[in-house]
Design a protein around this ligand. Structure first.
Ligand code: PLP
Ligand code: COI
Length: 346
């Protein structure tokens, strides 16, 4: 049956198979491909208690030339390794990480959306977690690494580049100043779930987190990094508690290519008034324009103290950046930086 990817959002959709490997006593097993998505885990495994878990997200596209491309997987391995090092647990080495991602794509080949399905992709979710039974508080000695896939549409389910609203989170922080925000740990997302539920109930698409120490500068959205355009500048927060986004890193390169001045620095909440274009960026959201940001003393509070308004459509500079990134991912533009890994069916 033909899949209508235009009706899909960013969700779990069944595929054929997952690929997993385990690291026991410091030795990684060969990858196993299975169509059984129910893993067998010991209930004392560290992941269930002390959240020894980090994960990644990357996209696979079918290009205009029919060839299949995976976007910057090496960056995902490096970030997963940094998260695993932070958790003091084993990480899959580069060759294993790449092999398993490629294998997962090959096993789910028919779920790679056709080129014509504009913003759809096969999203890969590599997950690493503590595997051995334990009780005391310590890092996991053994790990399981799983790569799974879902054929997804846009993050919001709406058309790509459709602007959304955001609310500043003043009474819920995502990451502590000297905490784990700079790593893609499952635990960081757990911290945002309750606040997200409130924001979503109030109709906001996104939550904008501030630095936890002073609540004066912008960190990032719950799902993605923050960037703004002001005149000829591309402005994005520089903070060790912000996740180093691979999309943002790529956009900064493209911005330089377009002659924009890239400013990676502390970004104050007050500056929101002066920006021409405000966006969230990340693998799942790609670039999603923000048309309004509300500031409230508390999410649950009915009063909005300040409202920052932007255009109801994607700004021209952000659109240009979007077209270049998508162009590279879908083979419409030259991949000057060698960001794409090509995958053959077998
Ligand atoms: N920030 C957060 C909190 C995220 O969840 C993500 C998504 O992965 C990003 C930023 C963007 O990172 P990337 O562009 O590597 O997907
Ligand atoms: C991604 O963009 O890959 C993420 O993991 C973000 C998440 C909110 C889906």
């Amino acid at each position: 049956m033909e899949i209508d990817y235009s009706k899909r959002s960013f969700s779990y959709y069944p595929t054929n198979a997952i690929v997993y490997a385990t690291c026991i006593d410091g030795k990684w097993s060969a990858p196993v491909v299975t169509n059984d998505f129910n893993l067998s885990l010991h209930c004392f495994a560290g992941v269930f208690h002390y959240a020894s878990c980090c994960f990644e997200g990357l996209k696979v596209f079918r290009g205009v030339d029919g060839r299949v491309r995976m976007f910057r997987p090496d960056e995902n391995q490096k970030r997963m390794k940094s998260g695993a090092d932070y958790l003091d647990m084993p990480a899959p080495p580069m060759d294993l990480f790449m092999d398993m991602c490629i294998r997962c794509v090959q096993e789910n080949w028919e779920y790679i959306p056709p080129y014509e399905s504009a913003s759809a992709s096969l999203y890969l979710r590599p997950v690493l977690f503590g595997y051995n039974p334990q009780l005391g508080i310590h890092s996991a000695d053994d790990a399981m690494f799983v790569v799974m896939a879902s054929g997804v549409g846009t993050y919001s389910g709406a058309k790509s580049l459709m602007p959304g609203t955001a609310v500043i989170s003043r009474n819920y922080d995502r990451a502590a100043t000297f905490g784990s925000g700079g790593y893609k740990l499952g635990a960081n997302y757990a911290q945002s779930l309750h606040a997200y539920n409130i924001a979503h109930r109030l109709g906001y698409r996104e939550l904008l987190f501030l630095d936890s120490a002073t609540h004066t500068h912008i960190e990032e959205f719950g799902s993605s990094n923050f960037f703004a355009i002001k005149g000829n500048s591309y402005i994005t927060p520089d903070s060790s508690s912000v996740l180093p986004s691979i999309t943002n890193k790529s956009l900064r390169k493209v911005a330089e290519e377009f002659g924009l001045k890239v400013e990676r620095r502390t970004v104050y909440v007050e500056e929101l008034e002066s920006f021409d274009e405000v966006n969230s960026c990340g693998t799942a959201v790609v670039i999603t324009p923000i048309c309004r940001i509300d500031d409230k003393p508390a999410l649950e509070d009915g009063t909005v103290t300040r409202e920052f308004k932007y255009a109801d459509e994607c700004g021209p500079v952000s659109r240009k950046l979007y077209d270049r990134i998508i162009g590279i991912q879908k083979g419409l533009e030259e991949d000057t930086y060698g960001w794409c890994t090509f995958i053959n069916e077998h």
